[in-house]
Design a protein around this ligand. Structure first.
Ligand code: ZN
Length: 239
């Protein structure tokens, strides 16, 4: 599905001979993980994404260290019937390949992205596939459930009581939203279409805004006076 991301000239050992131990997956800052052997010679690597990257989609550069045929002996392991000095007779040398991979918008933890033909060399000299196993890091502000997002929004109690227009953070930027009068804490408001994009079929989830009613600190004498007045007007106010 995301094939043809550049054909490197490198070769790696046949995984069925345990050559995967010679594969090394290195961290470029963008992406890190360990290559693991897979059925049929495919390899799998872990990729970490921020929620923003999962939301917008991303291009990531990964660096693979592979065993390639030794340049001095052409992979034979010997030159003029003597062991090759370059590779000490193994026929292999370390090579490095950089791949740019495209991460589709909407991916979630557990998704596997196939990078066709970029895994270890399999039977018949064809490259096996490289799979990227996605993990989306938790966000400090947004909570994800499927393709819906949840965010807590602190609202001063006066605004919650009288109603107000408030600014809400979304992954598309700040959005203004109307809080109706007499809004209690814990109430949810839905922002349709502000959730994560669906991986397939277009569209996306919604964002839910949970109101957290806040009380200001450092109340002045006049404020306390007004609140006392309110208390006398509403003796039945719940505690
Ligand atoms: Zn050699």
């Amino acid at each position: 599905m995301f094939g043809d991301l550049g054909r490197g000239g490198g070769r790696v050992r046949d995984t069925r001979r345990g050559g995967l131990r010679d594969l090394e997956f290195t961290d470029l800052g963008d992406l890190g993980g360990d290559l693991e052997a897979e059925r049929g010679g495919d390899a799998e690597a872990a990729i970490d994404l921020s929620l923003e990257e999962a939301f917008h989609g991303a291009r990531k550069t990964i660096s693979l260290e592979l065993d390639e045929p030794c340049g001095a002996c052409g992979g034979a392991g010997h030159v003029n019937r003597r062991p090759c000095g370059q590779c000490r007779g193994s026929g292999w040398a370390k090579g490095r390949r950089h791949l740019e991979v495209k991460i589709p918008a909407g991916v979630d933890t557990g998704a596997r992205i196939r990078v066709s033909g970029e895994g270890p060399r399999g039977s018949g000299g064809r490259r096996a596939n490289l799979y990227l196993r996605v993990a989306v890091r938790p966000h400090e502000r947004f909570e994800r459930k499927g393709d819906d997002l949840y965010v807590d929004l602190p609202v001063p109690f006066v605004d919650a009581a009288l109603g107000a227009e408030v600014q809400v953070p979304t992954l598309k930027g700040q959005v203004s939203m109307k809080i109706p009068p007499e809004t209690s804490g814990g109430r949810n408001f839905r922002l349709p279409g502000y959730g994560m994009p669906h991986l397939k079929g277009g569209g996306g989830g919604d964002q839910y805004v949970r109101v957290q009613v806040t009380v200001p600190t450092g109340l002045g004498p006049r404020e306390k006076e007004l609140l006392m007045e309110l208390k006398l007007l509403r003796p039945e106010m719940p505690r």
